[in-house]
Each structure stands twice: as C-alpha cells, then as structure tokens.
Design a protein. Structure first.
Length: 331
C-alpha cells in the first residue's frame, strides 16, 4: 500500500510539473509567435521557427498520451492550434519552402504539426518534388540530423527506399560507444536518436533491443552526472529518454530522480537551461524578457515532455530487457 501511495504522489508531482511548464509556455505565446521576419532571407530561425516547431513537437506528444478530458491535453491542444495559426494553417511553411527549397527546417516544423493531424496538402506535394532531387538526397548532414529528416519525410508521406535503417549505426548512440566517451554533444545526439526512433515517445516499442539494453546500463550514470552538474536542459531530455525506455521495459531507470530538476524551476514552473541561468531566475523575467525566454523555453518544454512521458508508462514490449552481464564497448 505504501509503495502504491508513493507512486501516486510521484505521478501527481509529475502532472503538476507538466501542467506548470505548459502553463508557462501558454503565458509566453507572444514569444513563440512568428515575427515579420519569418520569411526574411536573413531571419533568425533559432528565434522564430525553432521555438514554434519545438512547441508543436512537444504538444503533439502530450495530446497523444493524454485523454481529451485531461486538462494537460486541452492546454497542449490549444498551443498546437496556436502554432498552426501562426503558420497560417501551413501557408507560410509552403511559402518558406518555395523560398528555401533545400532547407530542412520547414519540413521538420511541418512534420511536427502533421503528427497531430494538421496538414497542408500543397506543402506536402511541393516537399515531395524537392525530395526526389539528387540535390536533396545528397545534402551532407550529420547522421543524427539525417535520421530526423528521414522521419520528417515519412510523416509527410515521403519514403526513401532502403535509407532509414542504415542511418542508425552511423550515429553516436547507434554505434554503442564506450560509455566514458559520453559528453554534452553526445548527450544531445543520443536523446534525439531516441526521439526520432520512438516518434517522440509515441512508439517506444520501435527502439531496437540492443539500444534498450545499452541505455538501461549507462543512462543512470549519465543522467546523474548531468543533473549533478546542473545541466537542466540536457537532464530533461535524458529524463525523457529514461521514460521512453521505461515504457519499453516496464521498469524504472535507476537515477531517474526528478528532485534536482524540480528544485531548479522558477516561480512559474519554468526551467533554466543550466545552472548558469539561475541568476536570471533570481532577477526575474522582467530583467530581460527576450533573453529570459530564450534561456528557458526549451528546457521548460523538455520538462513538460519528460513529465508526461514518465506519467504514462505502460510496458509496450515486456520481452525487451537488459542483456545478462551488462553492456560495455561494442564488440
């Protein structure tokens, strides 16, 4: 009975954390909104399309993992509708694609929205034409990014025969590297491999068993290291990975301790990128609104994403587990 009560309290804490994070994002709609430079050749993508796309990506998963009557679902659905309206129901993405046909970010933003059922047929047709060119297929990208682009193409009905599987072994995580080679860049790369493979947590069973086993062994020390160092943004992404792995195995990942991340939150539930941003929290959002937003929006979205995943963890593939004796460097 005590264990059940603890689990219930833990779930309640995660729901509160997710709700606060989404409420903060909702209160900052003006910061997520596209500006007049959204289609400008010299526009800052990281300050316009990137935040809006990440908002859509996280909210798409939240709506998939929560019921229509759930307040979290309603909040996330409202934010999705907001993001869709910001793109003028996809029309701005079509114009952007025509201005920059070989840029991948319009496709990636659109794919996040399409995963929630928000579609623009003319954009998909235009993207499919470009995707058939040699120039698009031969664009040089790092393997993790390429995997993400391939997944975005699939969401838009674009399929490259035989290309998706070979991308995985070329990524850092796919190669099952020596665990001591983990670093900040590798951490972000591995989380996105898991996100892409699992359709951002919506299909945890798609993770290959060897990756599940490897992450079961080495995610706990990596997670502990990041949280100890106050890397809240990466820590949130790793907590999301831990929740996805747990959805596959039905077992919690040791070290999935939310306490340190929750203590780093600001007064409205926002989460800083890392400990260097704690001074921003002390000063308050009014000290520099734009900088405050840019240093909090992604880590706050990741906290909401991870909390919702951790609160909805049915075992999807009970047979997938850790190999006897653990996992080290690849053979």
């Amino acid at each position: 009975m005590a264990a059940a009560a603890d689990a219930h309290r833990h779930a309640g804490t995660l729901r509160t954390a997710a709700g606060d994070a989404l409420a903060w994002a909702d209160s900052r709609r003006a910061d997520f909104a596209l500006g007049e430079d959204a289609l400008a050749a010299d526009g800052e993508v990281d300050r316009s399309w990137k935040p809006l796309g990440e908002l859509a990506q996280v909210c798409a998963t939240v709506t998939r993992l929560t019921g229509p009557a759930d307040p979290l679902h309603a909040r996330a659905r409202g934010l999705l509708d907001f993001a869709w309206q910001e793109t003028r129901e996809g029309e701005l993405l079509l114009r952007l694609q025509r201005l920059e046909p070989f840029a991948t970010y319009p496709l990636e933003v659109y794919a996040a929205l399409a995963s929630a059922g928000l579609r623009h047929p003319a954009f998909e047709q235009a993207a499919a034409v470009v995707a058939r060119t040699r120039g698009w297929r031969l664009t040089e990208q790092d393997p993790t990014r390429r995997l993400g682009v391939l997944r975005a193409e699939e969401r838009c009905g674009i399929h490259r025969f035989g290309q998706a599987p070979p991308e995985l072994p070329q990524t850092w995580l796919g190669g099952l590297p020596e665990p001591w080679t983990f670093g900040r860049d590798a951490g972000y790369a591995l989380t996105h491999v898991v996100f892409h493979l699992s359709d951002w947590g919506r299909d945890a069973s798609a993770l290959p068993p060897d990756l599940v086993a490897y992450l079961g062994d080495w995610l706990p020390p990596w997670l502990d290291t990041c949280l100890e160092a106050g890397l809240w943004d990466l820590g949130g992404e790793l907590l999301a990975v831990a929740a996805i792995v747990a959805r596959t195995t039905g077992e919690d990942i040791p070290g999935s301790d939310w306490g340190r991340l929750l203590e780093a939150r600001g007064p409205s539930g926002e989460v800083p990128l890392d400990d260097r941003d704690l001074d921003d929290i002390a000063a308050g959002p009014g000290s520099d609104g734009d900088r405050y937003f840019l240093h909090h929006y992604h880590s706050t979205l990741m906290a909401a994403f991870a909390a919702v995943l951790a609160g909805a963890r049915p075992a999807e593939r009970p047979g997938a587990g850790r190999r006897p004796g653990g996992q080290g460097a690849p053979a």
